[in-house]
Design a protein around this ligand. Structure first.
Ligand code: F6R
Length: 263
C-alpha cells in the first residue's frame, strides 16, 4: 500500500490512492485453489522465512490440501515460515471442533512441518478478548507480513477477516460482533447451534493492508454480489473488502461463478 510504504499516512482516506486490482478468473474452484497454493509455495520458495497471514473457511480447504500434497511429494519445507491467522471465534473452549485453531490443525498443520511456536492465532479461550486482541496485535506488529491470503464474507457482508460492515480501513486487531449473515452462514460448522459464539477476534483492515502482497480467493454464486460491490462499488465501510483497492499489490482470484456479476 503506497501510504504505508512511504511511511506517510494521510489524515483522510479521500487522499489515499486507489489502484485497479489484478483480477484472475478461472472456470472452476479447483483452479482457484491451485492458484492460491501456487502463490503460497512461490512465496515460501522465494523466502523460506516468510510471514504469512492465512484464512480459514470453506474456500481455502482445497488450497491447504494442495499445500499438504506439495509438502509430501515435493518436499516443500515450511519449517521457517511464521503464520498469523486472520481471526478466531471468541469465546470458545480451546480445541473445540469448530474453532479456527482446530481447522488449521486439521487442514494444514497436521500434514506439514510448521513448528508450533511459529503458528499464531488468537486464543478463543482467553479470559478477556480485549487483552487477547492487544497481545495478538503486538505480536503482529513486530513482523512484516509478506503475503496475506483472504476470503470474502457471505451475502453482502463483504467482510475480510471478520471485519464486518462499518469497519474502518485503519482498524486494528480487536474483538468484534459477527454480522447476522456471517452467523447464519457459519452456524453449519457448529453441531450445537447454541455453542456458536456471537463474536470473534480479528486482525483489523489496517493490519491486513500492511501485508506486502494480498490474494483474495472467492468461489461460487454466493460470493458474486459481494465481489461485484467490492470491485465495482464505492470504496468504503459498506463493503470492507473494497478497502483492498487501496493496496498496490492485491490479486482477486475468482471462479466464473463468483465473477459472474462483474461487468
Ligand atoms: C476466515 C475469514 C473469513 C472467511 C470468509 C469466507 O478466517 O477470515 O473472512 O474467509 O467468511 O468464508 P468461506 O470461505 O467459508 O466462504
Amino acid at each position: 500500500m503506497g501510504v504505508v510504504e512511504s511511511g506517510y499516512r494521510p489524515i483522510t482516506t479521500e487522499l489515499w490512492p486507489a489502484y485497479s486490482p489484478e483480477v484472475i478468473v478461472f472456470d472452476t474452484p479447483d483452479k482457484v485453489a491451485k492458484y492460491g497454493k501456487a502463490r503460497l509455495v512461490e512465496q515460501v520458495l522465494q523466502k523460506p522465512t516468510s510471514v504469512l497471514t492465512l484464512p480459514t473457511g470453506s474456500t481455502p480447504v482445497g488450497m491447504y490440501g494442495l499445500v499438504a500434497q506439495a509438502y509430501r511429494e515435493q518436499r516443500l519445507d515450511l519449517s521457517d515460515i511464521t503464520v498469523f491467522n486472520l481471526d478466531e471465534y471468541w469465546p470458545l473452549p480451546p480445541g473445540h471442533a469448530a474453532s479456527y485453531a482446530e481447522y488449521m490443525r486439521t487442514h494444514l498443520y497436521q500434514h506439514v512441518n510448521v513448528p508450533v511456536s511459529q503458528r499464531n492465532i488468537p486464543n478463543s479461550g482467553a479470559v478477556n478478548p480485549h487483552d487477547e486482541s492487544a497481545r495478538y496485535e503486538s505480536a503482529l506488529r513486530q513482523r512484516i507480513v509478506d503475503l496475506a491470503i483472504l476470503g470474502i464474507g457471505p451475502g453482502d457482508t463483504c467482510h475480510i477477516g471478520f471485519n464486518e460492515r462499518g469497519s474502518s480501513p485503519r482498524s486494528r486487531t480487536r474483538y468484534v460482533k459477527l454480522d447476522p449473515q456471517t452467523l447464519a452462514a457459519n452456524v453449519v460448522n457448529f453441531p450445537d447451534a447454541s455453542q456458536m459464539p456471537q463474536g470473534a477476534i480479528t486482525q483489523g483492515v489496517g493490519n491486513i493492508l500492511e501485508a506486502q502482497q494480498l490474494v483474495l480467493m472467492a468461489t461460487g454464486t454466493g460470493k458474486a454480489e459481494g465481489i461485484r460491490r467490492t470491485l465495482e462499488g464505492d470504496i468504503g465501510p459498506d463493503a470492507p473488502a473494497s478497502y483492498l483497492r487501496y493496496h498496490r499489490h492485491v490479486t482477486f482470484v475468482l471462479d466464473s461463478q463468483a465473477a459472474s456479476l462483474l461487468s
